[in-house]
Write a protein that binds this ligand. Structure first.
Ligand code: LMR
Length: 394
């Protein structure tokens, strides 16, 4: 039977991670998969995570099953972190999921269950797995233009023009902050315009919130999401704790569904529980319990916030240093966008030949669309990378 299996395409981000691992050149630079690294080039376990895990190890007395929606303490704490008091809890349903990818997947399945002919509008470009998961499920997708290759900012007029095609029952998928792969984010006024368009059309807003706290701050990043939720009848929000809690491999995520009609809460909870049951029964618990332990304890929460602030500061410092070095080398401010982008990624705008050159000649690894994980860069690597970018003819 197995010979009938179709050969699956290689995931470009994972393939790059493997290629980098196999490169023996000293000084190689990994700008591939989206993980944060500190000044020493290490992806640390955050201090508050270590402390919470230690407490769990000491105090946890059972690992028996909980429920299909996961641990209520995690769901409540994360819902509070994301939504604040933007809408009453009676209008919210939430389910823990294996990471942010799990939340996106369950959101797509909920959309499919509610409206099998929905079209999901995703940004061009978007995280590679958005299109891949939609195709896997057989959900229709459309693209809206998003990135201006000249300014390396958001092509807002083009985006709005493309979103004119959205109809009632369609879905507009937005990145909550730190757009992956471009690093270019909508400003608050643009968010409002997108929200008004979605409301006018009777469409559903879905927000992928994988980097909350790594853009401009937890509250600042959440404010944009809250504006959508309080201004729209229904929303889906896929939240990841992979990056902002550094829990990547442990898989903590949350799917939030909001509805202005509180009578829908029971239906939504039942749907999210059913979808979890069909796919994996119970969501992973250890990482979500680590998160709720942190968020419910004032000292751990403050330490987590402080370390997250350090991380964001380092990323933005590296962004500025790289932009400054490129300005020094080229005498032009055309790389200024690197300092303006937010989150881990920036799309450099290199051609496939230039990306190959950077890899072959300078051992610089970035994704094939020239997405760079700036958060992977040490300070020592900044001038090396800047020189390589100039040598590549950018
Ligand atoms: C990325 O885009 O590099 C991360 O979100 C990791 C992933 O799952 O692709």
């Amino acid at each position: 039977m197995f010979e009938a299996l179709p050969v699956q395409p290689v995931d470009p981000i994972l393939a790059l991670m493997e290629a980098y691992g196999g490169d023996t050149r000293p000084g190689k630079i990994d700008l591939g998969i989206g993980v944060y690294r500190n000044a020493a080039g290490v992806t640390p376990v955050m201090r508050a995570v270590k402390a919470a895990e230690e407490r769990l190890w000491r105090e946890q007395e059972t690992k028996s099953y909980i429920g299909f929606l996961g641990d209520a303490a995690f769901n409540d704490a994360m819902t509070g972190l994301v939504l604040g008091d933007a809408i009453p809890r009676a209008n919210v349903a939430a389910a823990a999921t294996p990471g942010g990818t799990g939340a996106v997947r369950q959101a797509f399945e909920a959309i499919q269950a509610a409206n099998p002919v929905a079209r999901v509008f995703i940004s061009d470009p978007s995280w590679v797995n958005h299109a891949s998961m939609l195709d896997h499920l057989g959900l229709a997708r459309s693209y809206y233009r998003y990135f201006d290759p000249e300014t390396r900012g958001v092509a807002f007029d083009a985006m709005m023009a493309d979103l004119q095609a959205v109809k009632a029952g369609d879905v507009v998928l937005l990145h909550g902050c730190c757009h992956n792969p471009t690093g270019a984010d909508l400003n608050p006024v643009e968010w409002q315009a997108v929200r008004d368009l979605i409301a006018d059309r009777g469409a559903l807003a879905m927000i992928d919130l994988a980097y909350m706290g790594l853009g401009d701050g937890v509250e600042e990043d959440a404010a944009l999401v809250r504006g959508m939720v309080s201004g729209l009848p229904e929303c889906l929000i896929a939240v990841s704790c992979s990056k902002n809690f550094g829990l990547y491999r442990d898989r903590a995520g949350l799917l939030i569904a909001t509805a202005q009609d509180p009578a829908l809460q029971g239906r939504l909870k039942g749907t999210l529980a059913h979808l979890n049951r069909q796919n994996f029964s119970f969501p992973p618990d250890h990482a979500t319990r680590t998160v709720s332990t942190i968020l419910q304890d004032d000292a751990l929460r403050a330490d987590w916030q402080a370390e997250l602030t350090e991380m964001r500061g380092r990323i933005n410092g590296v962004r500025r240093a790289l932009a400054d070095e490129l300005q020094r080398l080229t005498g032009s401010d055309r790389f200024h966008f690197l300092a303006q982008h937010r989150g881990m990624f920036s799309r450099l705008g290199a051609t496939p030949d230039q990306i190959r050159y950077l890899r072959d000649e300078h051992a610089v690894y970035m994704v094939g669309d020239s997405r760079m994980n700036v958060a992977g860069l040490t300070e020592a690597a900044v001038p090396v990378l800047a020189q390589a970018i100039v040598d590549a003819g950018l």
